[in-house]
Design a protein around this ligand. Structure first.
Ligand code: E4P
Length: 217
């Protein structure tokens, strides 16, 4: 399973990249706004900087909602760097735009996916990635992880190439569950990734080893 970081915060992106296990980055308009990126030029510059830090797929989301607008905006985003993946919302014009990008050799990430039916449409249109939002499903009282299992089963049966990019991660356990459920990629904020490192027995064991090491130092 590939690891992407879900943030536009450059320090956090660098920290995750320095771990040596980072395969890519996802952003969205809310994450860009959170770090104070405003205006077209600043957005383009920020994506360029992210591409310089991480050698992997970088999802850049369009804000247009009509076919023509998404195509124009997506072409500009894709021109920033070869690793840019154009992120398109799961709406009717979005499906048409994904198909257009597929036919024109531009990779897409279909976002805001909350059902297996939406995931089938994204794969049919040729999206490189489909992003089911498991945390938001959990927030609304359903089991987000079940959607990952369902999509994984359907994609295997149907032989779809689209990669399942589990998004909206809230905690470290979500990452483990995504691995079990067959996600190809998980995109997570930094905290749940770092949380995977932690176990009290590791800390206790290390403290004992270091204490005993003093005996023969
Ligand atoms: C990533 O592609 C999504 O935009 C993101 O994971 C959404 O996460 P949230 O539900 O925490 O906003």
């Amino acid at each position: 399973m590939k690891f992407f970081i879900d943030t536009a915060d450059l320090e956090q992106i660098k920290e995750a990249n320095d771990l040596g296990i980072l395969d890519g980055v996802t952003t969205n308009p809310s994450l860009m706004a959170k770090v104070g990126i405003k205006g077209h030029k600043a957005v383009i510059k920020h994506y360029k900087t992210i591409c310089e830090i991480v050698d992997g797929d970088i999802s850049a989301e369009v804000v247009s909602t009509d076919f023509k607008g998404m195509v124009e905006e997506g072409k500009k985003l894709a021109a920033i760097h070869k690793n840019i993946v154009v992120k398109i919302p799961m709406i009717k014009d979005g499906v048409k735009a994904i198909k257009w990008f597929t036919d024109n050799g531009i990779r897409t990430n279909c976002t805001l996916v909350f059902s297996a039916g939406q995931a089938i449409l994204a794969a049919k249109a040729g999206a490189a990635y489909v992003s089911p939002f498991i945390g938001r499903i959990d927030d609304s009282g359903w089991e987000g992880i079940q959607l990952i299992s369902q999509i994984a089963e359907i994609y295997t049966i149907q032989g779809y190439d689209t990669e399942i990019l589990a998004a909206s991660i809230r905690n470290s356990n979500h990452i483990i569950q995504c691995a079990e459920a067959g996600a190809d990629v998980v995109t997570s904020p930094l905290e749940p990734i770092l949380g995977l490192l932690k176990h009290p027995l590791t800390d206790i064991g290390l403290a004992k080893f270091l204490e005993d090491a003093k005996k023969f130092a």
